[in-house]
Design a protein around this ligand. Structure first.
Ligand code: SIN
Length: 326
């Protein structure tokens, strides 16, 4: 009987293969809000190329850039938790609902440069933050950089008084709200995909973002001035979900995690270059306002109340650990 059973199995497999019923590839849906020509977009393309090549096509990465599938607010996060997508790389602050400490990126003038941010990503403090996502069914796989955030508006912004009475689109973040308040301005939280129209229609007077985002979202079409304030960072957390990760074979998991590590290197190699390229192009498209060190220090001074209000929520241990890595 056993022999007949084995014979049937072999026949079924041979028939299946001849009919093209090969095992379905593992599909990794990766949704993000930026374009492909950004630090996140470049790293995403590197991830796709790596995983598809190393798995011999048995694993596929589908990229959905420019908010075409989900926004990266609750909508995207819920899709990830329920395994409708398998990868999301939101800016860190968008994870504050799981742990308010993720707003560390918004703290004014905390990081010195991208190398400083990189040192942080390799620290115990960073690992602890990633592990805190565990209880939500999420798996934090690492951090990707974008860069420093600058303001755009239809007037030059140099001094704290220049911000008075203006409305700025920000990401949804208590820290960013407190920051705008400290400058006498108002934060208007909007999804990334809604910013261009809000600027065009005058719903907001300005916005703050990285140079690569400002360039690829074409804010120069609706804003006259770019003020190089560098007042906080915008960086990303790479997250997947447990349902997906536990469904992989050990070999697939190895390829997936190696792909993430490879994309991480690409993100760090590309981020500064892309932001610098964007600035070079923006110089022809907008009035670029360079701030002196003294002007940045005056802004930092005006933003100090943000530390009084949010230091405890973000956590002094974390803030001090980051400062120690300067
Ligand atoms: C992003 O870079 O992912 C978008 C951040 C934003 O919402 O401003």
């Amino acid at each position: 009987m056993k022999r007949i059973g084995a014979l049937f199995t072999v026949l079924a497999l041979t028939l299946g293969a001849s009919l093209g019923l090969a095992a379905k590839p593992v599909v990794i849906k990766f949704s993000f809000v930026t374009t492909l020509n950004t630090p996140k977009g470049k790293a995403a393309q590197a991830l796709k190329a790596y995983i598809e090549e190393k798995s011999g096509g048995t694993m596929k990465v589908e990229l959905y850039p420019s908010s075409q599938l989900y926004k990266d607010n609750a909508e995207g996060l819920n899709a990830l938790i329920f395994n409708n997508i398998q990868l999301l790389v939101p800016s860190a602050t968008k994870l504050k609902g799981y742990n308010p400490a993720f707003q560390f990126v918004d703290m004014p003038y905390l990081f010195k440069d991208t190398e400083h941010f990189k040192r942080f990503t390799q620290s115990e403090a960073a690992k602890k933050l990633l592990n805190s996502l565990d209880k939500a069914g999420l798996v934090g796989l690492g951090f990707w950089p974008n860069g420093f955030v600058h303001f755009t508006a239809n007037k030059p912004l140099r001094k704290p008084e220049d911000f008075k009475g203006l409305k700025f689109r920000t990401q949804t973040s208590g820290v960013l709200e407190a920051m705008m308040k400290a400058l006498g301005a108002t934060a208007v939280p909007l999804a990334f995909s809604e910013v261009y129209q809000a600027l065009q229609q005058g719903v907001v007077d300005g916005q703050e973002n990285t140079l690569s985002n400002i360039y690829t979202q074409r804010y120069y079409e609706v804003q006259k001035y770019l003020s190089l304030t560098r007042h906080h960072r915008l960086d990303y957390v790479v997250i997947t979900n447990k349902i997906f990760l536990n469904s992989l074979t050990p070999e697939q998991k190895k390829i997936f995690l190696e792909g993430i590590a490879h994309a991480n290197e690409v993100a760090f190699a590309e981020a500064e270059k892309l932001n610098q390229d964007a600035l070079n192009k923006l110089r022809d498209l907008m009035e670029v306002v360079e701030l002196t060190d003294a002007e940045r220090e005056a802004l930092a001074e005006a933003l100090k109340p943000v530390y009084d209000q949010y230091g405890d929520k973000v956590g002094w241990d974390l803030i001090n650990a980051i400062k120690a890595l300067r």
